[in-house]
Design a protein around this ligand. Structure first.
Ligand SMILES: [Zn+2]
Length: 171
């Protein structure tokens, strides 16, 4: 089922701190399935539950960018994700957001991160990610904390990058 994506910098759900998931239920698994379908249709690289109006700490990451379809890392659900450590090094890279479809701008993110999370079966997992995959998770974890990538930009920068978006991938 395709879910409506909430948009806007002052949307209430997008600005809330999402609640941790206490136990992974069938409802969560259904939500994750729907979020994956929604992300694929929207050509997204990631999607956080608040973007579909659910204030819980769940995100979907599309790790298949640049990899062949069918890779086991393709679409991964991360429940209660926590960034355990990150590199000193930061990299500047372009970001868009399915909740802010008009804006596409460069943002600094850590180059490498280690993230701990629960998978769809409620099992704890740890992933080491770099570059784009690390960027996707940092962008989505921000959504769970009520943060949007434009918060890192000043007003002039936002104006400059507005409407420049063509068919770019968004998070
Ligand atoms: Zn986003």
């Amino acid at each position: 089922m395709i879910l409506p994506i909430y948009t806007g910098t002052d949307n209430e759900v997008l600005r809330q701190i999402a609640k941790p998931v206490k136990a992974v239920t069938k409802q969560h698994q259904r939500l994750i399935k729907n979020m994956k379908e929604t992300m694929v249709l929207a050509h997204g690289l990631g999607l956080a539950a608040p973007q579909v109006g659910v204030s819980e700490r769940i995100l979907i990451a599309n790790f298949q960018y640049g990899k062949k379809v069918g890779d086991k890392f393709a679409h991964v659900a991360l429940i209660n994700p926590k960034i355990l450590k990150h590199s000193e090094e930061e990299v500047l890279g372009d970001e868009g957001c399915l909740s802010l479809p008009e804006i596409f701008a460069p943002v600094k993110r850590f180059k490498e991160i280690t993230v701990k999370y629960l998978d769809e079966k409620g099992k704890e997992q740890v992933l080491e990610l770099s570059n784009l995959n690390a960027r996707i998770v940092q962008h989505e974890v921000d959504h769970l904390d009520g943060k949007l990538f434009v918060d890192y930009l000043d007003a002039g920068t936002i104006g400059k990058y507005e409407k420049e978006l063509a068919d770019a991938n968004q998070f």
